[in-house]
Write a protein that binds this ligand. Structure first.
Ligand code: NDP
Length: 287
């Protein structure tokens, strides 16, 4: 039976430390401040922004809350981002995706000043992450959280076989780069990989970020491996109080008896993400 990696408890510990760090900055007259930009009326995006605001407020950080409605243009959004870049009271900028249809997301992400790009998604920060010996201004929050969860297992990553399922810019690709920097040997699989399971079966470390409910099952895993399940999927379940339940990209029931360590969903990677975002804002304010 696998050891459960308790992301909720780990995130709570980190947040205690971050609350102290925020208090120290406040005592020095600096209010670490995150600016969020929400475009349109996507209710899921609004929920994510609200969660980030709540966490910031709870830990003593300041918030600048920018909202643009459905009539906003690319130029309107660029003007808002540029003004935040120029505002010395703003330490971190986060533009909540997705934007409106027709808007150029890459252009917006790259417009955020690299030293305020607390999501770490801009081409400068990603490029610095990809290059050997270079240090990005910020690590993207979810991949950084995953690396901390792996560290909590106490298992050395050097020389291990790591397989990442998914190659998105926000999770799969950056986590693969971080695993490579930790001296693991990394394979990235995606929707065109002929046989994902054949790669998984030799992996000591498995990170699944595919957005496919219960894609990875226990029979695909090497006994004793570490499984980090990033997926958050809502599946219909008439028996559940809300009519749905949340499952990961890994089938918990079969994986938990094969893996050595595993993250639950919810309560694994999720709680780490906002925590790491706040760490980035504090780092920006500290600089
Ligand atoms: P994307 O949809 O951007 O990327 C999914 C990736 O998985 C793609 O690279 C895709 O391949 C690959 N993929 C899809 N199906 C398969 C398959 N059958 N076999 C192998 N690879 C496959 O998703 P994200 O990276 O943004 O998110 C992934 C999951 O993580 C989602 O469930 C999301 O909700 C969750 N998430 C959770 C976070 C948290 O804090 N807990 C934060 C961010 C995401 P291809 O490139 O070929 O299309």
């Amino acid at each position: 039976m696998a050891n459960i990696i308790d992301g909720k408890a780990i995130a709570k510990q980190i947040r205690t430390r971050l609350t102290d760090e925020a208090a120290q900055l406040l005592a020095q007259g600096v209010t670490p401040t995150l600016a969020t930009v929400l475009v349109g009326d996507n209710s899921e995006s609004a929920t994510y922004v609200r969660m980030k605001h709540r966490a910031c407020t709870k830990m003593g950080l300041g918030i600048v809350d920018k909202r643009l409605d459905n009539t906003a243009t690319q130029a309107d959004l660029e003007a808002v981002v540029q003004a935040l870049n120029d505002d010395p009271a703003v330490h971190g900028i986060l533009v909540q995706m997705p934007l409106l249809a027709g808007m150029d997301e890459d252009r917006i992400i790259d417009l955020i000043a690299p030293e305020k790009d607390v999501d770490g998604f801009g081409a400068i920060n990603m490029g610095l992450l990809a290059q050997r010996g270079r240090t990005p201004h910020f690590l993207p929050a979810t991949p950084a959280g995953i690396m901390l969860l792996l560290a909590e297992t106490g298992v050395a990553l050097r020389g291990k076989e790591a397989v990442v399922v998914g190659r998105s810019n926000i999770v799969g690709m950056p986590v693969a780069l971080l695993l490579k920097e930790a001296d693991a040997t990394v394979t990235i699989t995606h929707s065109h990989t002929a046989d994902v399971a054949s790669h998984l079966r030799r992996a000591d470390i498995v990170v699944v970020a595919a957005g496919q409910p219960e894609l990875v099952t226990g029979d695909m895993l090497k006994p004793g491996c570490i499984v980090i399940d990033v997926g958050v999927n809502y599946v219909d379940d008439p028996a559940a109080p809300k009519g749905y339940r949340i499952v990961g990209d890994v089938e918990w029931g079969s994986a938990v008896s094969v893996a050595g360590f595993i993250t639950p969903v919810p309560g694994g990677v999720g709680p780490m993400t906002i925590t790491m975002l706040i760490e980035n804002v504090l780092m920006a304010a500290g600089r």
